[in-house]
Every structure is written in C-alpha cells, then in structure tokens.
Design a protein around this ligand. Structure first.
Ligand code: SPV
Ligand code: MG
Length: 292
C-alpha cells in the first residue's frame, strides 16, 4: 500500500471537528471485527490492550513484530481504518523510519507516536516513569514517520500533561508537532476530571484537529467533546480488553460455583455466532466452488 493508502484517505476525511471520528480499542482481530460491526469509525491498535492480552505490562516489553503482526491480522478481517499505537516508535527516528513502511504495508491507516522516552511506561500507571524527549528530537521522529509512512496519517501524542509539565508545555509541544507535519495532536491526561483536557482544548489554537482518550475522565460525553469544536478523534482506549476481562471472570466464576456450564449458556455468545465471526459463510462458498 503506497501513497494511495485508501484507508488512510477514509480516516483523513473522518477527522472532522464537527463530528469526531470514534475509535474503539482492539487487542485481536475478533475484537476489531466486533468494534467495526458495532459501528465505530476506526480501530485503535492499542499497545495497552495487546500487552494486557499477553498478560505483560505496557512498557515496551512486547517486540514491534508482535504489534505489527496483530495490526496486519486486524486489517485482514475488517475494513475500518486502523490507528496503530506505535508507542515511542520503537526507539529513535531511525527506528521510526524503518518501522513505518512495515505498518503501511500491513494496511494501517494512521500511527500515533508519543513523545516519551524509550522504553515507555503506561501513561495511566500510578507513579509511572514519564520522561519526555526534547521537542526537536520528537519533531525528527514525526518527520521520519511522514517521509517513510506511505501515506499513513501521523498523529503526534504529547504526554506533557501526563508528565505533570503543565498546559503551557503541552500547548507548545502540540504546536511544534503540528509544525513538523503531524495530521492531528493527541493530548493525554490521567486526571479523574476532564478539567485539564477541557482547558487545553479551549486554549488550542492550532490548525490540526485534536485527539482525546477519555479513559480517566469517562464522564465527558462525546456530545460535550464535539461541542468544543477542536477534537477530530475520540479513542476508547481499553474498553475491549476490560469488557473481556470482566465477562470472562464472571463466566469462569459462575461455572465453578454452579458446578456446570448450563447456567451461563444464555449469557454468552452462541457457537453459531462465533462461527459467523470466523467467516464461516466465506468458507462455505469456497467449499461449494472448489471442494470436489
Ligand atoms: C493504549 O491504549 O495503549 C494507549 C492509551 O496508549 S493509554 O493506555 O491510556 O495510554
Ligand atoms: Mg499505548
């Protein structure tokens, strides 16, 4: 997929501050398929979800190839544009330049690169290591991503608020990243109320749309975000894995407590439902045509 990355073009057209695109996190192709089926505009290829699904910390533990293979597998089973969470870009600008063509070839529409040092730590982790790279160094990473990204959108994520550096630093970094060619600026916050992010959004005078991940301040509705007139993308950062964890825990507990599987039957997906999600209809067609 070269400069004519059609999923990137579709996503670009959807980054509309009058009606922000809604992305749902996915940690595997099945979750992505369910998110697309539910009507989300895009899939968030979340590093947190993928790490959690491997039961390891979201701290640059999994290799790039694991994340890349998952993005490719997600692209193969559904059509919604994928926004790949490439963390810090797996190193410096050289690592970014080598990673980008591989993500583009995997069918990814956009990458989000964050301005933390490598290896990263999870933004939401209490007491996490949140050190940022210098602005100029990060601009170089963004420029490398654009130059080698085969038409993918490049979304710059600043962790200035997460690192406690304040709104002025966050605004300056956002502006510098837009100047370096970022298609959007993701501003992340782990405050329990939306005040910090709302203040940033109101003060943002940049020319590119903002992106938000409202995990920590869930009371902020999509309508309230839209009313700001600045946000082109809202990412539901980890709701697939958290839903899966809660559902599995409850089902497993009930089966043991009830001494059988009958009780949970009505509350879980049918086998036929799962067959359909596996593309059973497509395989039947192949069988009909070619199996002799
Ligand atoms: C992710 O989903 O991997 C993110 C969002 O980067 S957060 O976990 O909130 O940092
Ligand atoms: Mg992440």
């Amino acid at each position: 997929m070269g400069q004519d990355n059609s999923r990137a073009a579709a996503l670009r057209a959807r980054l509309d501050v009058r009606r922000p695109a809604l992305a749902m996190a996915a940690h595997n192709p099945l979750a992505a398929k369910l998110a697309a089926e539910a009507g989300f505009d895009a899939i968030w290829g979340s590093g947190f979800e993928l790490s959690a699904s491997h039961a390891v910390p979201d701290a640059s533990i999994l290799p790039m190839g694991t994340h890349l293979a998952m993005m490719r597998a997600i692209a193969e089973v559904q059509d919604a544009p994928i926004i790949a969470d490439v963390d810090t870009g797996f190193g410096n600008a050289v690592n970014v330049a080598y990673a980008m063509p591989q993500y583009a070839a995997a069918g990814v529409a956009a990458v989000v690169i964050e301005d933390k040092t490598f290896p990263k730590d999870s933004s939401l982790r209490a007491g996490g290591r949140q050190e940022l790279v210098p602005v100029g160094e990060f601009q170089g990473k963004l420029e490398a991503a654009r130059a080698h990204g085969g038409g993918m959108l490049v979304i710059a994520r600043t962790e200035a608020l997460i690192a406690g550096l304040g709104e002025r630093e966050a605004l300056a970094r956002g502006a510098a990243y837009a100047e370096a060619g970022a298609d959007a600026v993701l501003v992340h916050s782990k405050q329990k109320t939306p005040d910090e992010v709302l203040s940033f959004c109101r003060a943002w005078l940049g020319t590119v749309p903002l992106a938000l991940v409202p995990t920590s301040y869930p009371d902020l509705s999509f309508a309230e975000i839209t009313a700001l007139g600045k946000v082109g993308l809202v990412i539901c950062g980890n709701h697939a894995i958290r839903a899966a964890v809660a559902a599995m825990r409850d089902t497993f507990r009930r089966i043991l407590a009830e001494g059988g599987i009958a009780g949970v039957e009505g509350g879980i997906a049918t086998v036929a439902d799962v067959f359909a999600l596996q593309g059973d209809a497509g395989m039947r067609e192949i069988e009909r045509r070619y199996l002799r």
